[in-house]
Design a protein around this ligand. Structure first.
Ligand SMILES: Cc1cc2nc3c(=O)[nH]c(=O)nc-3n(C[C@H](O)[C@H](O)[C@H](O)COP(=O)(O)OP(=O)(O)OC[C@H]3O[C@@H](n4cnc5c(N)ncnc54)[C@H](O)[C@@H]3O)c2cc1C
Length: 407
């Protein structure tokens, strides 16, 4: 087995593979222990279920959003991984299993009946029964349909100190959609954005102006200006900036071609939740499924490379998950059309659903029939302005909905 990449997806799948006794080699651009650039947030119970709750650097039980004058209290813990601890956890596991790391940039791949061979920019050739491409959202080998507009989640954030706390002590704010700092005209005509914020302790806070999704994405200067205006409106000045985060990743990538010889994992396999933007929770949950499928396929020495890859793809994208992915993409398309007021009404109704339904939706853990029940309940309990928006089918929405039946 060869795993390409050294991000969270690569380490998660490599760890799951060695846990099943498979011999794994890995290819990283640079030192696999080099710090990851991104920060990873996750709902507490998701980290606990993966047995990784102890690797959360911060954990908040006061978790709220604002869609109107009163806060919506979520009642579920949210956490931020200690990213170097998470990385080290996986690296230690791989080292203990004798995983060999190669360095280099994968540039080409060739297949024969039973094997694949990756060539690096430096001319090294790495041969494996199956290659897992975990090289991120713009994968080096995994192919997916092109030509569809891709929405990006964009955010600009600051870790720093402020003249007064931007959120309550020990609080995590998932989405603050209050927009009193914008003019009526801006609220009507411009794309809605929200504040994602948290108390990091010892007088430090993280505040981030975020656009859930838009194609093309909301530009950073707009987000930066919105954040400044939001803070100024609340009478808050930034006293010290420790770190600035520029965040942009694709939300609604189509599914990869499931007939290809290289298997993807993580961003490379379009695993970002198309309606929430989360990835890490699903890496933790789905790495064992992919590793099981690969381990099963590899026990049969007569199985050719194409058949092994097919079984692996089925492990990562079974029909049920393909259908849910289609439903989430349809949902996001709807959300992207919502004007600000409707969006706030939508989220108020969404978070008033039974907790197990809204959190199951956001973490992609509701089986399809239950997901449909939650969506019907959402429709039934939403105000008419939201229902009307949900009923109108515009652009490619119907085509996306049809993919639920034929993903
Ligand atoms: C600022 C930011 C914040 C985010 N926050 C969250 C969050 O809170 N929660 C969440 O779930 N998601 C979050 N995301 C989204 C998503 O989780 C990340 O983009 C995530 O890093 C994707 O993981 P990955 O392992 O698939 O890819 P990456 O992390 O991009 O890793 C790809 C790896 O492949 C290597 N590579 C690339 N090309 C080659 C090549 N040709 N040959 C060899 N190696 C190669 C790279 O060096 C890298 O090691 C965030 C994204 C950003 C940008």
């Amino acid at each position: 087995m060869l795993v390409i990449g050294a991000g969270p997806a690569a380490l998660a799948i490599a760890a799951a593979l060695v846990e099943r006794g498979l011999r794994v080699e890995a290819l990283a651009l640079a030192d696999p222990a080099a710090p990851w650039p991104n920060t990873y947030g996750i709902w507490g119970p998701e980290a606990d279920r993966a047995g990784l709750g102890h690797l959360l650097e911060h954990r908040w039980s006061d978790t709220v959003s604002w869609f109107g004058p009163e806060p919506t209290r979520h009642g579920i813990d949210y956490g931020l991984f200690d990213k170097s601890a998470l990385q080290q956890h996986w690296l230690d596991l791989l080292a203990a299993s004798g995983v060999m790391w190669h360095r280099g940039r994968a540039v080409s791949i060739a297949h024969d009946v039973f094997h694949s061979e990756v060539t690096t920019a430096g001319g090294d050739r790495l041969k494996a029964r199956l290659v897992v491409d975990a090289s991120g959202h713009e994968p080096v080998f995994v192919q997916r349909p092109t030509g569809e507009p891709i929405a990006g989640q964009a955010a600009y954030g600051i870790v720093g100190r402020f003249s007064r706390p931007p959120v309550d002590p020990d609080q995590f704010v998932l989405m603050d959609f209050r927009a009193d700092h914008l003019s009526e005209a801006e609220r009507r005509s411009e794309s809605p954005t929200f504040l994602y914020a948290m108390d990091l302790g010892e007088g430090r806070f993280f505040v981030e102006e975020t656009s859930l999704a838009l194609a093309p994405p909301v530009p950073y200067p707009v987000l930066q200006e919105r954040l400044q205006r939001r803070l100024a409106h609340a009478g808050i000045t930034v006293e010290a900036i420790e770190h600035q985060e520029f965040c942009l990743f694709p939300m609604n990538l189509p599914l990869p071609d499931l007939e290809q010889r290289v298997v993807g994992f993580g961003g490379a396999a379009s695993m970002v939740h198309p309606a929430s933007g989360y990835l890490v929770g699903s890496l933790l949950r789905r790495a064992p499924d992919l590793a099981d499928a690969i381990a099963r396929a590899l026990t049969d020495p007569a199985l050719d490379g194409a058949a092994v890859a097919r079984q692996a793809w089925e492990g990562i994208w079974p029909l049920e998950l393909r259908r849910r992915h289609a439903l989430f993409r349809f949902g996001l398309e709807k959300l992207m059309r919502c004007p600000e007021e409707q969006l706030r009404a939508f989220f108020t109704t969404f978070f008033a659903l039974p907790r197990q339904e809204w959190s199951g939706f956001l973490t992609n853990t509701l089986p399809l029939p239950e997901l449909v029940v939650a969506m019907v309940r959402l429709f039934a309990t939403a105000p008419w302005s939201v229902r009307w928006g949900l009923m109108q089918q515009q652009g490619r929405e119907l085509a996306l909905l049809a993919r639920v039946l034929a993903p």
